[in-house]
Design a protein around this ligand. Structure first.
Ligand SMILES: Nc1ncnc2c1ncn2[C@@H]1O[C@H](COP(=O)(O)OP(=O)(O)OP(=O)(O)O)[C@@H](O)[C@H]1O
Ligand SMILES: [Mg+2]
Length: 342
C-alpha cells in the first residue's frame, strides 16, 4: 500500500535548517495496521504529511497504492488524496454542524447526491456506534464520541488508507481502548490499511501488526510488533518498551534489593507465550538446582498473542549461568544478563 524510498524532508528557516525526515525507507502492506512511534519532534507528523501529499518531499519517492505521489500533477494528487483519510488528536470537527452533518461534509464536497449521502451517513453512524447521536453538536459529545465522528467522517468517501496522528492522545485509557477496538474492527471489516502515529507503546502493542521506531527524523528500528517487543535492539526502543513494561525503574529496583540479593545474576527475559517461559523457569530451577526469584514481570497482549518481559534473579555461579543460558536458548525467549550481584 505504501512504499517510501529514501524520503527526506528539510525545512529551511532564516536561522537554521532542520531535516525533519531523514532518508526514510519503509513498506506498509495492504490491510496492515502499522505503528510509527517516537518522541516529540522525531518527525512523525511530517512523515504522515508526506504520505498524504500535504507536504512535498525534499528527496525520495512516496508510492501510495501504486502511484508516486511526488510526481503527480495537482489534479491527480487531489484525486489520489481522496483515497487517503486522516484523523487527528483534536478531532478537527466543524463545531456549527451536527454529528450527521459533520459526517456528510466530505460527501457534499465530493458531490454525492443527497439521497445517497443520507444513506451513507446512516451506515457510518452505525459502523462507529453513534446511533441516537445524529443531531448532537460536537460540544455535546465526549472525547471518545468526537473521535468516532472523526473516524466516520474520514471513512465517508471509502478511503483505502487511514492515517491516524495521535488519534487517542487526548483520551483516557478506557476510551483509548474503545477507539483502538473500533480501528481493529474497521481494519478487519473494510480491509482498510491503517498507519498509526503515536508516542504510546500501549497503542502499538494493542493493535499494530508492524512498528517502526523514529528518532531524529530516521527510522532506527522496524519489524513485526512481536519481534520488536521480544528483542528490541536500539536504546530508544528499549526505553519505549521499558516504559510499558517496567513499573519501577530497574536501577531503583536493584538499588533497593542490593542488600537482599545473594550473589548471582539479574537477568531479563523477553518472551512470547507466557506458558513456555513459566514452565522453563520452573524446570531450569529444579534441574540445575538454582534458586530463581522473579523481581519484576509485565505482559502485553498483542495482536499475535502474549509478549512480555520478566526480570529474575538467579543465585548461581558463572558456570551455572552458562548452563542456564542454554536452557533458555529457544526462539520464543530472548535472554539478557543485566547485572552481576557480588
Ligand atoms: N513547517 C515547519 N517548518 C519548520 N520546521 C518544522 C515544520 N514542521 C515541523 N518542523 C520541525 O520538524 C521536526 C519534526 O516535527 P514533527 O511535527 O514532524 O514531529 P513529531 O514527531 O510529530 O512530534 P510530536 O510528537 O510533538 O507531534 C521538529 O523539529 C519541528 O520543529
Ligand atoms: Mg506530531
Amino acid at each position: 500500500m505504501i512504499s517510501l524510498q529514501h524520503v527526506s524532508k528539510q525545512y529551511d528557516t532564516k536561522k537554521h535548517s532542520i531535516k525533519a525526515v531523514d532518508d526514510v525507507s519503509l513498506t506498509v502492506d495492504d490491510c496492515d495496521i502499522f505503528g510509527i512511534i517516537g518522541f516529540s519532534g522525531a518527525g512523525k507528523s511530517t512523515l504522515v504529511r508526506l504520505i498524504n501529499g500535504l507536504e512535498s518531499v525534499s528527496e525520495g519517492k512516496v508510492i501510495v497504492d501504486g502511484n508516486d505521489i511526488t510526481t503527480l500533477k495537482k489534479k491527480d494528487l487531489l484525486n489520489e488524496r481522496k483515497k487517503i483519510a486522516m484523523i487527528f488528536q483534536h478531532f478537527n470537527l466543524l463545531w456549527s454542524r451536527t454529528v450527521a452533518e459533520n459526517i456528510e461534509f466530505p460527501l457534499e464536497i465530493a458531490n454525492v447526491p443527497k439521497a445517497k449521502r443520507k444513506e451513507r451517513v446512516k451506515e457510518l453512524i452505525r459502523l462507529v456506534s453513534l446511533e441516537g447521536h445524529e443531531d448532537y453538536y460536537p460540544a455535546q459529545l465526549s472525547g471518545g464520541q468526537k473521535q468516532r465522528v472523526g473516524i466516520a467522517r474520514a471513512l465517508a468517501n471509502e478511503p483505502k488508507l487511514l492515517l491516524c496522528d495521535e488519534a487517542t492522545s487526548a483520551l483516557d485509557p478506557k476510551t483509548t481502548d474503545d477507539i483502538l477496538d473500533l480501528l481493529v474492527k474497521i481494519n478487519k471489516e473494510l480491509g482498510l490499511t491503517i498507519v498509526i502515529i503515536t508516542h504510546e507503546m500501549h497503542v502499538v502493542s494493542k493493535i499494530c501488526h508492524h512498528v517502526a521506531v523514529m528518532e531524529d527524523g530516521k527510522i532506527v528500528e522496524e519489524g513485526s510488533v512481536v519481534d520488536v517487543f521480544r528483542n528490541p535492539q536500539q536504546p530508544i526502543t528499549k526505553q519505549f518498551i521499558g516504559d510499558e513494561q517496567e513499573t519501577v525503574p530497574l536501577d531503583d529496583l536493584l538499588e533497593t534489593l542490593s542488600d537482599e540479593l545473594s550473589t548471582g545474576y539479574v537477568i531479563r527475559l523477553h518472551y512470547t507465550g507466557a506458558s513456555v517461559l513459566e514452565s522453563r523457569l520452573t524446570n531450569t530451577s529444579k534441574e540445575l538446582d538454582i534458586p530463581i526469584s522473579i523481581l519484576q514481570a509485565k505482559m502485553n497482549i498483542t495482536q499475535a498473542g502474549s509478549v512480555g518481559s520478566m526480570v529474575v534473579h538467579a543465585a548461581c555461579t558463572p558456570e551455572q549461568l552458562e548452563q542456564l543460558k542454554k536452557k533458555f536458548d529457544v526462539p520464543s525467549i530472548n535472554l539478557e544478563v543485566i547485572a552481576n550481584v557480588e
